[in-house]
Design a protein around this ligand. Structure first.
Ligand SMILES: Cc1ncc(COP(=O)(O)O)c(C=O)c1O
Length: 389
């Protein structure tokens, strides 16, 4: 990878050390340009003309194709969404729940996983079973803790593929097999994965996978996608039905023929062509670099950062060190300092980070566009901060 050239295409790299891609990734210049071009077209040529409408449809199709390529999934398995959470809730609220059904999730989860699960308890009498995972658990322990929560009543195993608070990467394929042995579906939250690691839906054997456009893919806020195993689409009802949700209807008789097998049924009415164009451009940018190459570089930078942090007295890693279970989300606590204080101190030195809750820590994301020099600079600043307790 020609990192100098790549960084020239990502303006933020000229201004600061950006290590908060897990919250929102900085867009390459060409992504913002594509959004601007579409908005300018709509302003000058009109947004809903006989020329503009097919242009919007073409962008929508381009994005569906791009997501399908990124996930190694068929195009008819992709629904475009406005965020990860939108995709997750589409599945959770679209399944046909019965009282006594069970959802299995874990104690480290993001609210976008926990809250829709917990709300099912109230709305449908579903029981939520929570595996008490520790980011330092080994793979066998993680799997056996999850297995212990499964039962013949489990309908859905619902987990983040990579945990936002500590970077733990769950063994997706093994979890999918475990869920399927019990006749349950697996819904994965891929918020921290798309654009960070190489993904292949067939290989993972996952049933539903939700992702954003704005984090590691570095596209605009307000974009995302949901993969649904094609044969399961009929089992997920559209809870916000717009015209894509039906094949035909008759006002006189009230007859409605539902769209069953197409992910079009989840599409809300009007979406932003400009943002969809931006996400498509962001995926194209990354596909030119290669998903495996992107993942390898992010992981190498994370390993380097972990080595640096471990050598600083008073710093303790809270993320997994085993690369199989870890990711490019590096988290750590500083003795005698609140994570918030450390984040503010880093920001005072031009380094963008965030605090995370489970366990309380500071999070630094090493994206492919970050550099070894940036990692060393962050290490030097933290050594100074840790020494000034
Ligand atoms: C694991 C996880 N899930 C869900 C979300 C929310 O993502 P979105 O804003 O795309 O709904 C985040 C955002 O940080 C996340 O890290």
């Amino acid at each position: 990878m020609d990192i100098a050239r790549i960084r020239e295409a990502i303006p933020v790299t000229r201004n600061l050390v950006y290590m908060n891609t897990g919250w929102s990734g900085p867009s390459p210049q060409r992504v913002t340009q594509r959004i601007n071009d579409q908005l300018a077209y709509e302003m000058e040529r009109g947004p809903a003309t006989l020329d503009a409408l097919p242009r919007s449809r073409a962008v929508h199709e381009e994005l569906s194709r791009a997501v399908a390529g990124l996930l190694h999934a068929p195009e008819e398995s992709i629904a475009l969404t406005q965020s990860t959470t939108h995709g997750l809730v589409t599945v959770v609220n679209g399944l046909d729940w019965r009282a006594g059904d069970e959802v299995v999730t874990c104690s480290l989860e993001h609210p976008s996983v926990l809250l829709p699960s917990l709300l099912l308890q109230k709305s449908h009498g579903v029981r939520v079973r929570i595996a008490d995972l520790d980011p330092q658990d080994d793979k066998a322990t993680l799997l056996s803790k999850l297995e212990a929560q499964l039962s013949p009543r489990t309908r859905l195993v619902f987990l983040s593929h990579i945990q936002f608070s500590n970077g733990l990467r769950l063994p997706a394929r093994e979890v999918a097999q475990m869920a399927h042995r019990r006749g349950a579906f697996l819904l994965l939250d891929g918020a921290q994965c798309a654009g960070q690691i190489a993904l292949d839906m067939g290989e993972m054997d996952c049933d539903f996978y939700a992702m954003p456009g704005h984090k590691w893919l570095m596209g605009p806020d307000g974009t995302g996608a949901l993969y649904l195993r094609p044969e399961l689409i009929p089992q997920v009802a559209p809870r916000y039905p717009a015209h894509g949700a039906v094949e035909s209807w008759d006002v006189a008789t009230g007859a409605v023929t539902l769209q069953t097998a197409s992910p079009r049924k989840f599409r809300l009415s009007t979406t932003s062509t400009a943002l969809e164009a931006g996400m498509a451009e962001a995926i194209a940018f990354q596909q030119e670099l290669g998903s495996h190459e992107i993942e390898a570089r992010a992981m190498a930078l994370a390993a380097r950062l972990m080595r640096t942090l471990k050598s600083i007295p008073g710093l303790r890693l809270t993320c997994p060190e085993d690369p199989e279970l870890g990711s490019a989300l590096v988290t750590f606590a500083v003795a005698g300092k609140e994570p918030r204080q450390v984040v503010e101190m880093l920001w005072g030195r031009g380094i963008a980070a965030r605090q995370v809750p489970t366990p309380p820590a500071v999070r630094l994301c090493t994206a492919f566009f970050n550099t070894e020099e940036e990692v060393e600079r962050v290490g030097a600043v933290l050594a100074e901060l840790a020494g000034s307790a």
